[in-house]
Design a protein around this ligand. Structure first.
Ligand SMILES: [Zn+2]
Length: 330
């Protein structure tokens, strides 16, 4: 009886000394685990996604599940750095310029309206002259409204023809419902406002006067939502843009760097500090937009076309954004 109690007691003490998988998982940093990279169930084993990873299974830098970068786990800070550098290279290599193009191949708006019979050659000539005298201030559409009595709707319609995109309706626009789609700085820089109906997997980007497919594609890749671009009248845009700017946005950090290697370095530093559950990088002209999920994130795909069912618009406190503006020295 007494021996039995002693044995039971020793057994309990022994069990306390031996970490079980469950105990190790509860306190990830408490137990050094020389036999593997992770204490997780074997089916959830993390594999370093750096193809040139040199870390041996016995020389562990640290056992951890976060941070994750674009769905990938890395075994060390060095390996994470390689993944980030590859992503920065991928974003730079897509061929889109740092500055939006001037789109010289588009039919000029004035000529388009002339061809529609909305204005005469004389009206167009006078409007162009006034625009030139004013030093290019105000767009040709504005001059034609002033001088030739065109309506704002006609100018917007001409814009939609010029860009081959629809005229969007702003009825029921809820700034708070779309403020996690795109950082405020980017909305302001590229003159756009996001619109969305309910929880559909489709959102619209209303542009002020020039559509930017590069920008729309970046938003699509980041959100996993299909984005359709269009134009709205100038006065509608001003109204809705102002309301949008008054909305609450996710926390955003802005920095400026001079080279792409510095972009990668900054991203690596942010990822080490925030240790996000998920991270994704897209480029919008000279802005590298890094989104960090502070809570377990939905499945992401690099192409953005297969975001999971919850991968729609995140809630404001789930994410934070880092914008790294690349401004190379001449
Ligand atoms: Zn590695």
């Amino acid at each position: 009886m007494w021996m039995e109690q002693l044995q039971t007691g020793r057994k309990a003490a022994l069990m306390e000394l031996t970490p079980t998988w469950a105990e190790a998982a509860r306190s990830p940093d408490a137990w050094p685990l020389p036999w593997g990279r992770t204490a997780q169930h074997p089916s959830l084993l993390n594999t370093c996604m750096n193809a040139s990873c040199k870390t041996s299974w016995l020389r562990l830098w640290r056992r951890r599940n976060v941070p994750r970068f674009e769905g990938q786990w890395a075994c060390s800070q060095e390996c994470m750095r390689v993944l980030i550098e590859q992503a920065v290279e991928r974003e730079l290599g897509d061929g889109t310029p740092l500055e939006p193009k001037k789109h010289k191949h588009r039919i000029p708006l004035g000529l388009l309206m002339l061809s529609q019979g909305w204005i005469t050659q004389e009206q167009l000539r006078k409007a162009l002259e006034a625009q030139r005298e004013a030093g290019g201030k105000a767009r040709i559409g504005a001059w034609l409204m002033r001088q030739a009595g065109l309506s704002e709707e006609q100018v917007t319609r001409a814009l939609s023809m010029q860009w081959g995109c629809p005229v969007l309706s702003l009825t029921g626009h809820q700034p708070e419902a779309v403020s996690t789609l795109i950082p405020r700085i980017l909305l302001d820089t590229y003159g756009m406002v996001p619109l969305r109906n309910g929880s559909s997997r489709l959102a619209y980007l209303a542009f002020e006067d020039r559509m930017d497919s590069t920008v729309a594609l970046a938003v699509e890749r980041m959100s996993g939502i299909h984005i359709e671009s269009g134009v709205v009248t100038a006065s509608q845009f001003m109204r809705v843009h102002e309301r949008m700017m008054g909305a609450a946005f996710p926390k955003t950090q802005l920095m400026e760097v001079k080279s792409s290697s510095m972009v990668a370095r900054e991203i690596a530093a942010v990822i080490e500090r925030v240790r996000p559950h998920q991270t994704k990088l897209v480029r919008m002209h000279r802005y590298f937009w890094l989104r960090l999920w502070r809570t377990p994130a939905p499945a992401l795909s690099v192409s953005g076309s297969q975001a999971g069912p919850r991968g729609l618009v995140p809630r404001i406190h789930q994410v934070e954004d880092v914008l790294i503006r690349l401004q190379p020295e001449d």
